[in-house]
Design a binder for this molecule. Structure first.
Ligand code: NAD
Length: 542
């Protein structure tokens, strides 16, 4: 028998766990030890590194004994990436982009391996793992085609029109530190690392121990696509130890993770006067207006709340539904949530997978219990499912959630959504924006004018209209990121690449200096220049 599939249903008592060995052999055929061992060889470690045992969330079996990089290894990784970086930066951008073009194909050619590896490391359902593959390939494609334009030198208005020729150039920062979490190990690595590389940087990447192999596999494909092997280094280790060591040596840091850790990274980066981008947590809201297409909205709501078992930074944790459709919507939603199939097989047979680690299971359990004790109603889910696998938790729908319950305002990062009824637009926008976070939002209505107006009033870096989260997140040519406690800076699009560059302005003066000349007195010079400035304004010169 393997980790089975079953339908979620509401009752507070959790079914008992089966004997551990009944669940074994689910993972191993898809991740042979030799495959993991070959990946592990690519991590920068010393000769006798410490190892940590990484467990598969779906079954609890060992995936790999992962060697850990020490502080010396991190320094060594930066030295190696630095040594390779200048030759890479000197290559024409077209050559660097060609590596991404080939990587795009390799990612898609290896979809099945990547899906299995992602499921093994994260426990997510296979369809949700495919989001990662798709967005990684799309990111490679986008930067392969767009990087040349983004990096082009730009003529700018000069100090004195016609006499000053001013050009902005973009140089790579040098070696960038990229720190990624465990929930989207492939997609987030691709989205933060590929633009850094194509801009001419080296990268030292610190993935989370739990999902390090997905990052290593992506690196392996990049090397196969022609990336100089030394240019992308991978270091592992305990976050609070290896993470700060990476920030200590980096010329820029791209961090994705919790708001708490993001603040620490920002402080450390500020102390070193290096830049950083921070992609952090959220408490994302979805608004369902009275004219929404209910069938599409219900399907979208399931994606919004339960993709990757809710362990998605842009997952919806608060849903506001117009009072005129509330009862009908909630009844149908709860029925559909209860019908979702939880499962741990490495195929497309289940709708929802497992949580990824014990800490996450504890957080979800505690938050739901806290809400229940304080008066929230559990309409679906609300319990662990050890009978399916050690970290499974049922998709959960709550009502009557109020301030004072932890999950009212704090991120849950699990398969839990709270439903609220609203009367009018002003009220719902106020409630949706009443959060310190500002990452993503979702609005459902048939009225596109109303949707855009509401979107522009949302305090969120990404707003999806008639889609759960994928429309904005998957728009890899547009800047995405968070407002407020959800982050700083943007990934994707031009901004996602420009963060990894230093602008240098080169201005060439011709004919006359910017000073009195040709025997002109200072008084006459200032009068003439004043008149010239007035003329430039009248001519609307920029
Ligand atoms: P986390 O902050 O604990 O860890 C993230 C990464 O930082 C890991 O690689 C970890 O090892 C490392 N780290 C830990 N301590 C560090 C330190 N002191 N200095 C430097 N690095 C350190 O986050 P997590 O719990 O692993 O990830 C879940 C969180 O990430 C959630 O809050 C989620 O919303 C957020 N997230 C945000 C985005 C986004 O794009 N905005 C995407 C995915 C996840």
């Amino acid at each position: 028998m393997t980790a089975g599939d079953t339908t979620a249903h509401a009752s507070t008592a959790a079914p008992a766990a089966p004997a551990r060995d009944e669940r074994l052999e689910t993972i191993r055929p898809h991740l042979p030890r030799e495959f993991a061992a070959r990946l592990v060889e690519q991590i920068t470690v010393g000769s006798h590194p410490q190892v940590v045992e990484v467990l598969a969330p779906l079954t609890g079996e060992t995936i790999v004994d992962l060697p850990q990089s020490g502080p010396g290894d991190v320094r060594h990784a930066f030295e190696k990436a630095r040594a390779a970086q200048s030759a890479w930066a000197a290559r024409p951008v077209g050559e660097r982009a060609a590596v991404l073009r080939r990587l795009h194909d390799l990612i898609l050619d290896n979809t099945e391996h990547l899906l299995s590896l992602l499921q093994v490391e994260t426990g997510k359902a296979r369809l949700h793992a495919f989001d990662e593959v798709a967005v990684s390939a799309a990111t490679a494609r986008h930067y392969a085609h767009a990087a040349g334009g983004y990096l082009k030198a730009r003529r700018r208005p000069g100090a004195i029109a016609f006499l000053t020729k001013t050009v902005e150039y973009r140089h790579p920062k040098g070696v960038v530190g990229v720190i990624t979490p465990w929930n989207y190990p492939l997609a987030l690595a691709a989205m933060d690392i590929l633009p850094a590389l194509v801009a001419g940087n080296g990268v030292v990447h610190k993935p989370d121990n739990q999902t390090a192999l997905s990052g290593v596999y992506l690196r392996q494909l990049a090397v196969q696509a022609g990336l100089p092997a030394e240019l992308w280094q991978i270091v592992t280790g305990d976050g609070p130890v290896t993470g700060p060591a990476v920030v200590d040596h980096a010329d820029y840091v791209a961090f994705t993770g919790s708001t708490r850790t993001g603040r620490q990274v920002a402080q450390q980066a500020a102390g070193r006067l290096i830049g950083c981008s921070l992609e952090l947590g959220g408490k994302n809201a979805m608004i369902v207006f009275d004219d929404a297409d209910l069938d599409k909205t219900l399907a979208g709501a399931l994606r919004a709340c339960f993709t990757s078992a809710g362990q998605l930074c842009i997952s919806i944790e608060r849903m506001y539904i117009h009072h005129s459709i509330y009862d009908q919507f909630v009844e149908r939603f709860v029925t559909e949530v209860k019908a979702l199939k939880l499962g741990g097989r490495l195929d497309f047979g289940s709708d929802i997978g497992s949580l990824t680690n014990t800490r996450q299971l504890e957080t979800v359990t505690q938050q739901v219990e806290d809400a229940r004790i304080k008066g929230a109603k559990v309409l679906a889910g609300g319990r662990r499912r050890p009978d399916i696998g050690p970290l499974f938790y049922e998709p959960t729908v709550l009502t009557d959630v109020a301030p004072g319950m932890t999950l009212f305002a704090e991120e849950t990062f699990g398969p839990v959504v709270s439903l609220y009824r609203f009367e009018n637009e002003a009220e719902v926008l106020k409630a949706a924006n009443d959060t310190r976070f500002g990452l993503s939002a979702s609005i459902w209505t048939r009225d596109s004018k109303r949707a855009t107006e509401a979107a522009l009033r949302m305090h969120a870096g990404m707003v999806n209209i008639n889609e759960a989260y994928g429309a904005a997140f998957g728009s890899v040519g547009a800047a995405t990121g968070g407002m407020g406690d959800s982050g700083l800076g943007r990934r994707s699009g031009a901004d996602g690449l420009w963060r990894y560059t230093e602008i240098q302005t080169v201005a060439r003066q011709t004919l006359l200096p910017i000073a009195p000349s040709l025997g002109m007195s200072p008084a006459r010079y200032t009068r003439s220049l004043g008149s010239a400035l007035r003329i430039l304004k009248a001519l609307r010169m920029r």
